[in-house]
Design a protein around this ligand. Structure first.
Ligand SMILES: *[C@@H]1O[C@H](CO)[C@@H](O)[C@H](O)[C@H]1NC(C)=O
Ligand SMILES: *[C@@H]1O[C@H](CO)[C@@H](O)[C@H](O)[C@H]1NC(C)=O
Ligand SMILES: *[C@@H]1O[C@H](CO)[C@@H](O)[C@H](O)[C@H]1NC(C)=O
Ligand SMILES: *[C@@H]1O[C@H](CO)[C@@H](O)[C@H](O)[C@H]1NC(C)=O
Length: 566
């Protein structure tokens, strides 16, 4: 209202001035400066002018004389009032008025006598002054959303005419709307200088977006450039509408970790105290918005809440889940078992979620958890199981050793490179690795790697005589030995038949039988022929002879069978 009236007064003033000025020349002077008031726009020829005189309209009474110039003489100051020391005349008859003030706003008249003509040239003088500066003062500490608040006062000091103040938000003019924006302007005139000081009060109802808004005030002086105040920003306050519970924890959260609960409220200023609801238990936190649970355990898992102390209906909820994965493998460590033993394997898993189990034996993946019904040497090795649940994993392992006394599985002859050598191979099973020795000295002793409790030993040698060769094995759990007959290198054929002694005996027996039968038939034939020739039978001789023959045959058979055993 005041502003409106002020601006109206101002506009009116200018209009009036302009109207007065129409037909009448107006000169605008700057406050405090020297003002030049031209005489007839300077269109005077000095040589024609007999007399030039300046006077001014005092408003009432006769005009006040200022100065007079005649002919070529210097101008004489006739004024006796306050103009006495502030006036002079230029060569072109302009009146120069120093230190102009508002009280100089009169009509000044230049009277000229040129030849027989006397002319008067009135000039209207207006003095303007732009305000010293524009400043926003008495600013609000903060603006509460939705509440009409006196944001500040903009003061334009000592101006003429009175400054018309505009409020701006982010360089956009604010217009009073009777609701969220109200502007009250007032003008005070200095009784001494006549200068006007305009004060404009902005009442403003803030919105959330006004948080960083820049408020300024400005004025456009009648002459010169626009004046703008330095910008002011405000803290926008509002009560909390939303609340969020933030859970800060490592991922995955496991036992022993810390969990920080943070209650974030969107109010400004933010609330300073909160209630944290820890699975039923309530903890009040002052001057902080966090609550830390240290060294969490699986029991920590649950529902957590936070709420405003002064508005418990505003609350936020989050679930906290502590992951855990415990495994227990039995047996574990170093396991020593005897071949043939049973072993039970037990893997216990206690986990907070779904998990996967994988097994390896000596770093080779197994399809499933191993089972040991009767341990064999091949079962020995390092067994590892890994249980994974998301990013968590646990490992357990055991080293299984299967022990047992060595057993010779086979002692056999091998093909030899040449007819002068024999090769024997002794195949042994047992663990730890059995020591293998032979009953003879040989060359090229070869030993296979010891794998899965098995080892093979080869010996190459040259038997000069028929031999019985033994392979002897032993470890800390026992010993074993086996023998084999080896013919001297000359007796190749029989050597190969060593293993089938009984069969050889049978074959030899059949052959001997056939020879005996042939001899008997031959003898019978011979007796028959002799009987048929002589008709007599020398029984004693012949019986003796035949029994001797039989003895010899029997010996031969025995010999043969002995040979066959070699
Ligand atoms: C009169 O003379 C002054 C210099 O003495 C000059 O600045 C001014 O412009 C002149 N005025 C006119 C109206 O010619
Ligand atoms: C963490 O809690 C467990 C029991 O839940 C306890 O044994 C352990 O000592 C605690 N550790 C620390 C560092 O407090
Ligand atoms: C093997 O040779 C060594 C000497 O080289 C000898 O002392 C030992 O009696 C031999 N063993 C057999 C079984 O011939
Ligand atoms: C070895 O045995 C064979 C028959 O098996 C025999 O002919 C040979 O004479 C025997 N050699 C020795 C050196 O005893």
């Amino acid at each position: 209202m005041h502003l409106l009236s002020a601006s109206c007064v101002c506009a009116l003033l200018i209009t009036v001035l302009l109207r007065q000025v129409s037909g009448l020349q107006t000169v605008i002077g700057e406050y405090g400066e020297t003002l030049e008031i031209p005489c007839n726009n300077g269109a005077m020829k000095a040589e024609d002018v007999l007399l030039a005189k300046w006077k001014y309209d005092k408003g009432e009474g006769p005009p006040g004389d200022l100065l007079v110039k005649t002919g070529n003489n210097a101008a004489t100051i006739s004024a006796t009032d306050e103009y006495k020391n502030r006036i002079s005349m230029a060569a072109n008859f302009s009146l120069l008025l120093s230190s102009a003030t508002l009280t100089d706003q009169h009509t000044f008249t230049c009277m000229v006598v040129a030849g027989a003509d006397i002319t008067e040239h009135p000039v209207n003088v207006v003095i303007y002054k732009k305000p010293e500066s524009l400043e926003i003062s008495e600013t609000a500490k903060e603006l509460e959303i939705g509440k009409l608040t006196e944001l500040g006062t903009c003061v334009a000091k000592d101006a003429n005419p009175a400054a018309n103040i505009t409020w701006l938000k982010n360089n956009v003019a604010l217009v009073a709307d009777g609701k969220g924006i109200s502007i009250e302007a007032s003008v005070q005139e200095d009784p001494v200088t006549g200068l006007s000081t305009t004060s404009s009060i902005l009442k403003y109802s803030a919105e959330k977006e006004d948080t960083d808004a820049q408020f300024t005030c400005s004025t456009q002086p009648t002459v010169g450039t626009e004046l703008v105040s330095s910008p002011t920003t405000f803290t926008i306050t509002y009560s909390t509408e939303n609340i969020v519970l933030q859970v800060t924890a490592q991922d995955p959260l496991v036992e022993g970790d810390n969990v920080t609960l943070k209650c974030v409220a969107d109010g400004n200023p933010p609330p300073t105290s909160f209630n944290f609801h820890l699975k039923g238990e309530m903890v009040r936190v002052e001057n902080a918005d966090t609550y830390t649970i240290t060294n969490v355990s699986r029991e920590t898992t649950g529902e957590y809440k936070c709420s405003l102390v002064d508005n418990p209906t505003l609350e936020a909820t989050e679930d906290v889940t502590v992951n855990y994965l415990d495994i227990n493998l039995s047996p574990s460590g170093n396991i020593v078992k005897s071949a043939g033993d049973d072993m039970e394997l037990n893997l216990q898993i206690d986990a907070s979620g779904d998990y996967k189990v994988s097994w390896t034996k000596d770093n080779v993946k197994l399809e499933k958890q191993p089972k040991f019904a009767k341990l064999i040497y091949a079962d020995a090795g390092r067994y590892e199981c890994e249980v994974t649940m998301g990013l968590l994993s646990q490992k357990a392992l055991f080293d299984l050793t299967v022990e047992g006394a060595p057993i010779i599985k086979q002692l056999s002859k091998m093909a030899s490179k040449d007819a002068n050598h024999k090769v024997l191979m002794c195949e042994v099973e047992g663990s730890p690795k059995p020591a293998v020795s032979w009953s003879i000295n040989g060359t090229s002793l070869e030993e296979s790697p010891f794998i899965n409790g098995k080892i093979r030993h080869k010996i190459t040698f040259r038997p000069a005589v028929n031999l019985t060769v033994s392979c002897m094995v032993s470890n800390e759990f026992g010993a074993d030995s086996k023998s084999i007959h080896v013919a001297s290198v000359n007796v190749e054929v029989e050597m190969d038949k060593q293993d089938d002694n009984d069969q050889t005996k049978l074959v030899v027996g059949v052959v001997v039988g056939l020879i005996v039968a042939t001899l008997v038939i031959g003898l019978a034939y011979w007796v028959y022929m002799k009987k048929s020739k002589q008709g007599s039978w020398k029984t004693g001789e012949k019986e003796n002879g035949s029994s001797e023959e039989e003895k010899k045959l029997e010996e031969k058979v025995e010999e043969n069978s002995q040979k066959a055993e070699v």
